[in-house]
Structure formats: C-alpha cells, structure tokens
Design a protein around this ligand. Structure first.
Ligand code: MN
Length: 230
C-alpha cells in the first residue's frame, strides 16, 4: 500500500485535496473508516473507499451502489488515497487530475466479514459490513474478468439482509452526508462550475425542493448570511 500514485497525479500547490503527508492514524482496534464520495468529474461516479493499512482502498463505481442484491455494480479499483481524503468535500480545479466537484455522499465505518483482509483482497473477494448513514449491512466486492481482463475490475454487490431493497438510494438520497448539500451547492460555495456539478444532481433534486440536511435548511432560512459566511 502506498500513496505514491495518488501524489504523482496531483499538484498540491493547486488542488485543495489533501496530500496525505501527515502521519496516518495508527490502527486503533476500532472499526475502520468508510466513505463514498460522489464525484462529478469528466463523468459522474461514486468513489467507494475503505480504510485499510493506513490508507483508503478505493474503487470508482460509475453507477453508484444499489441496495438490490440482484444488481451488480462495476467498481474499478483505483489508487489508494490518504485517510484524511475521506473528509474532502469541495472543488478540484478544472485541468487538475479529477477536476470537478466532490461530495461526501455517505460515511461511517466498516468491519471485515473475513479473517484476513489482505488475503481477501489478493483473492478478489472481500465481504464486509457497512455502518454508514445511507448504506448499511452486508456487502461484497468481488473481482471480475471482463473489460479486457483487467485486474482492476470488481463488482459491488449488496448481500440479502434487512438493509437490502429496491429503493433507488442514489436518486432518493442525493445530498451530502456531511452537509446536506447537493453537488451544485458545493460547487457554488467553492467557486466551481455550478452547471457541470448540477448535472450530477437528480433532476428532481433542485436545492429549493430538497429536504433534509442542516446546511440546506440554513441556506433557505438565511441565504445572505450563507454567502457571507462562505
Ligand atoms: Mn473520483
């Protein structure tokens, strides 16, 4: 595990993303961090991240997770990210690697359902439990051939349990788990491309129509104050 590739792709004097040069927190025996970042870059995708060995193992899931156990979602493994990346919500400048808007769509913790996570990763079959604000219960990431037999192709699948269902969670709960904001609102607050970011929000989820989330309620109550506070 190394952050070499992550750092190579980014210019930390230009992008607000963390460099990860701070010491990674030591394993504490507690549950590990889990986060999904919704990322409107050249294409919309959901970055699925699990803390392991002091970094965030990362997969880009183009369609996002599905609660339906019969639906397998392609998850392309990408470079490990620093643990503190999981707190990043904001705008990566256009022209930089991953340029666009990033939302902390879900967060919480995870526990392995296997004895040996490293062996499970090597085998390409990692079963785990999520304790997120949106995603809960048992899931699996399984490596798949296909797409040219690349080793980076995995499938993200929900296991059958009481948290499974047919609810379209990406459409019905489009806002940030951190701030309640939609992509367009995050872009606006950070001086990003609001139109491009908004293309990643569901058409029904305009900021005015949206419910839930502390930030959105504050925004509706005092729009002027919010602009000043930015
Ligand atoms: Mn991404």
């Amino acid at each position: 595990m190394s952050l070499k590739e992550y750092r190579k792709k980014r210019r930390f004097d230009t992008t607000p993303e963390p460099s990860g040069y701070e010491e990674a927190p030591a394993p504490s025996g507690k549950a590990f961090a889990y986060v999904i970042q919704k990322h409107q870059a050249s294409h919309l995708h959901y970055d699925f991240r699990l803390e392991w060995n002091g970094v965030l193992l990362s997969w880009a899931v183009p369609k996002g997770p599905s609660l339906d156990p019969s639906v397998k979602r392609l998850a392309m493994q990408v470079e490990d990210h620093p643990v503190e990346y999981g707190d990043f919500e904001g705008v990566i400048p256009e022209g930089e690697y991953g340029g666009g808007t990033v939302m902390v769509w879900d967060r919480g913790s995870w526990t392995p359902e296997v004895r040996d996570v490293d062996a499970a990763m090597a085998k390409g079959d990692l079963k785990f439990t999520l304790y997120g604000a949106k995603l809960k219960g048992s899931w699996v990431l399984v490596r798949t051939r296909g797409f040219g037999g690349k080793r980076s192709s995995w499938l993200l699948i929900k296991h059958r349990d009481r948290f499974a269902g047919t609810k379209e969670i990406t459409l019905e709960e489009p806002g940030s788990a951190l701030t309640g904001r939609l992509l367009a609102e995050i872009a606006q607050a950070a001086g990003g491309n609001v139109e491009k970011a908004g293309a990643g929000d569901p058409p029904t989820a305009s900021p005015k129509a949206k419910t839930g989330g502390r930030a959105s309620r504050v925004a509706r109550a005092s729009p002027r104050k919010r602009i000043r506070a930015k």
